[in-house]
Unconditional design. Structure first.
Length: 164
């Protein structure tokens, strides 16, 4: 095989390997507020308070009757709290009836996001409130799959492996 062909083949193999490596650990699509019916860039107040990690505002919205399962871009406040590691807000949302097994348009749950991001306390909280470890997202992965792929969260892996 001519040298330039081997170089081209090696480059193609490297590109394919990089693409496969990137795919192997691609995260679930993380919720990111953009636009909704309240305005071009404004999230509903409960979601905005959650994203700002403002537990007092979250508590106020919930106490005034705001639905804890309000959906914004296929996600709930609990999904955003799980993604960002806001354990206290997540617990408050759950206390007010937030659905721990909410599944977004890609099959991603709060547990999957918490495991993917390595939020150990949040994983424990969600599991203690009945989060389903067997939910499979659109990439055919569970929360355990993401925790194993991170390779640094033994506590999360052990929690997810416990029989329920």
């Amino acid at each position: 095989m001519p040298r330039h062909s081997r170089t081209l083949l090696a480059a193609l193999i490297a590109i394919m390997a990089a693409n496969l490596t990137g795919c192997a650990m691609s995260p679930p699509t993380q919720p990111s507020p953009a636009a909704d019916s309240t305005g071009p860039t404004s999230a509903p107040p409960l979601i905005a308070a959650t994203l700002a990690d403002d537990i007092d505002a979250v508590r106020s919205h919930l106490a005034s009757g705001t639905n804890p399962n309000l959906v914004y871009h296929t996600n709930t406040a609990l999904t955003y709290a799980a993604r960002d590691g806001f354990t206290d807000i997540a617990e408050l949302l759950i206390d007010y009836g937030a659905e721990v097994n909410w599944v977004d348009g890609e099959g991603v749950t709060p547990l999957i996001l918490a495991a993917f991001k390595g939020h150990t306390e949040l994983v424990a909280l969600l599991l203690n409130h009945g989060a389903d470890v067997n939910v499979i997202d659109q990439w055919d992965r569970t929360a355990l799959d993401y925790a194993l792929r991170r390779g640094e969260d033994d506590a999360i892996v052990e929690m997810l492996r416990q029989p329920r």
